[in-house]
Design a protein around this ligand. Structure first.
Ligand code: ATP
Ligand code: MG
Ligand code: MG
Ligand code: MG
Length: 437
């Protein structure tokens, strides 16, 4: 992509309304634009990162056996009357009336709708286990939308729903999502710690929030330091095997959000292993048994020919919130430092003097070769002063910057900078290509 033909509206001033660094940087880097409180347009650079996050989520959901579909954003109130949540949900639900005076709503989540789909087609235990998910916009009329995409009113969520014959197999479904989440967040370069979360009236131990430690997080969390060092389950993890050992390894050390916090148990840990911090909830998995299948009549025939309500779980990832969490975890005083797996472009190619006989041909050639090699490159071919070009590249945080200036090119050299370490080296165009492709 040539910067001269791209849409990258960089802000020079720091927006006053933004209280935390990720929000400030997303606005300054031209990634999002607020349209109403908690409602954003995704500008090209922001959308690129959002899509990268979605791809990682999709790949890991597929690995764990979840199947993607797409449900609508607008739902009928009648479905929610069946579960009793239409009245219970309260003011966070955005309620809509259509021209026929029918009550509709903008979905805050999809348990009712997926249960309706399930009961419409699935009749037998032979069709289980089943895990269906989508990545769709949600609306929750939050009392205090803030921190940009971290607490939006409209936000993108991945929500998966598992269906099993009994509690035992539902536990396996839960474990598959648990392991998928460990891998998903690790692939984004994040340390997300599963913490025991409130199961409400269902009880039991099957609800975990996945938390990124960050001072700007809205949750108060407590955990054992050893969790920060545990290895991520490998890519070749067999999801059809019993995943209990992995889940046990991750759930044995102490970790809880404030609602579930047990001061005595935490206090019993050695002082230097206690981590008491703030965190960002980026995922939440939950087994809720037959709560919706009972209420909505989602039953399957067993091998013995009887009918039983199906056991369900739901598994959310805050896809749009992750952008904020990623930037909170990866930035410095000059801007964002994207992990390679989610960076909007891999390389920023800077032509310090467009129109110059030395820089132009080298840049054009490199640009074409990067593109041919499938490396995403943002080519700054604009007529801006060098200082502004460097500042923009640092701000948008691409993993590598390749700078072509007349001085270096007299000796046939480009400057290659690693954004994360700040290390710079002078390389020939060939060596640059070898290093970055
Ligand atoms: P929170 O405690 O932050 O209000 P929640 O517990 O209400 O979140 P869930 O119902 O568990 O949210 O939804 C699944 C995921 O969706 C959350 O773990 C979070 O990552 C994301 N999410 C929830 N609310 C928002 C929001 N207002 N803006 C952005 N992401 C959100
Ligand atoms: Mg909430
Ligand atoms: Mg929560
Ligand atoms: Mg939650």
């Amino acid at each position: 992509m040539r910067l001269s033909r791209y849409f990258l509206p960089i802000l020079k001033e720091t927006p006053k309304e933004a209280e935390i660094v990720s929000h400030r940087l997303m606005l300054r880097a031209g990634m999002i634009r607020q349209q109403s409180a908690g409602i954003y347009s995704w500008l090209p650079l922001g959308l690129k990162v959002l899509r990268k996050i979605e791809r990682i989520v999709e790949e890991e959901q597929a690995r764990a056996g979840a199947i993607q579909l797409l449900m609508p954003t607008i739902q009928s109130a009648d479905l929610w009357r069946e579960s009793g949540r239409y009245d219970a949900y309260g003011k966070e639900m955005l309620r809509i009336t259509d021209r026929h005076e029918r009550n509709m709503l903008f979905g805050p989540t999809n348990e009712e709708m997926i249960t309706d789909i399930f009961r419409g087609y699935v009749r037998s235990y032979k069709d289980l286990p089943l895990n269906l998910y989508h990545i769709q916009w949600k609306f929750r009329d939050e009392v205090r939308p803030r921190f940009g995409v971290m607490r939006g009113r409209e936000f993108l969520m991945k929500d998966a729903y598992s269906f099993d014959l009994d509690k035992e197999s539902a536990r396996h479904a839960y474990n598959r999502m648990f392991v998928a989440y460990l891998r998903t967040f690790a692939r984004m370069g994040l340390k997300a710690i599963p913490m025991k979360a409130d199961t409400g009236p269902i009880g039991g131990d099957m609800s975990h929030e996945f938390i990124i430690l960050a001072d700007t997080g809205e949750s108060e969390v407590f955990c054992d330091k050893s969790l920060l060092e545990l290895p991520t389950p490998a890519e070749d993890t067999d999801f059809s095997s019993d995943l209990t050992p992995i889940v046990t390894e991750w759930t044995t050390p102490y970790a809880a959000t404030d609602e579930m916090h047990d001061e005595a148990a935490f206090g019993a840990l050695a002082e230097d292993t206690r981590v008491s911090a703030r965190g960002i909830e980026v995922g939440h998995i939950f087994y809720f048994g037959t709560k919706y299948s009972d209420a909505m009549g989602a039953k399957v025939a067993t091998a013995e020919g009887t009918e039983v309500p199906v056991h369900m779980g739901s598994y959310g990832v805050g896809v749009s919130r992750l952008l904020g969490a990623l930037i909170e975890a990866n930035h410095d005083e000059n801007g964002i430092v994207w992990p390679k797996s989610v960076a909007p472009f891999h390389v920023g190619l800077v032509n310090l003097k467009p129109g110059d006989d030395l820089t132009d041909p080298v840049c054009e050639d490199l640009y074409a070769k990067f593109e041919a090699a499938g490396i995403e490159v943002l080519y700054d071919d604009t007529d801006t002063r060098a200082g502004a070009k460097f500042a923009t590249m640092d701000l948008i945080g691409l993993p590598f910057q390749v700078v072509a200036g007349p001085r270096g090119l007299k000796d046939g050299l480009l400057e290659v900078k690693d954004r994360a370490t700040g290390e710079k080296e002078m390389l020939s165009p060939e060596a640059t290509l070898n290093k970055l492709t």
